[in-house]
Design a protein around this ligand. Sequence first.
Ligand code: NI
Length: 184
Amino acid sequence: MSLLKIARMGHPVLDAVAPSPDPALLEDATFQRLIDDMIETMYDEPGVGLAAPQVHVPLRLLVMDPGEYLPGGPYVVIDPVLTFPREERFSLWEGCLSVPGLRGETERYRHAHLAFRDRHGEARELSLEGFAAAVAQHEYDHLDGVLFVRRVPDLTRLAYEEEFLRHHAEPPADEDDGEEAGED
Ligand code: NI
């Protein structure tokens, strides 16, 4: 396995809508190795999610591991369909490996339903809530060429990480996962 180079904001691969991978690709050893490398790269950074366009591969593929917020990771998510069963939203501070050094306060749906294929082509579904739901929305956005900075409604809530930690980070809350900030 090897670590992959991450595309940064401004690279066109991050702005494009990625196509679905051909199902035959799942049988391809190179594709499976890409998945392993994406997982290794995500953990190495460290991050809680990584989408294929972020490693210069324009395909609808992402890996995610929101840790305690979604046990059982890492999840390999191919050709996902993301839907929102409720209107409720919440705000959280996000970061992104493709936008190093910045944090921004976004609004995301609190509940999400993720239908996808795993690396073996099996149909899977996940019901997500809070931070895990936000990670899925952030990663899914990458497949559509959208970076989180475009989800920051109030640009006074876009900050360098040091200033975020100094002026905007709130003490850890026991129950409200809306206070988390994750790099993905
Ligand atoms: Ni990201």
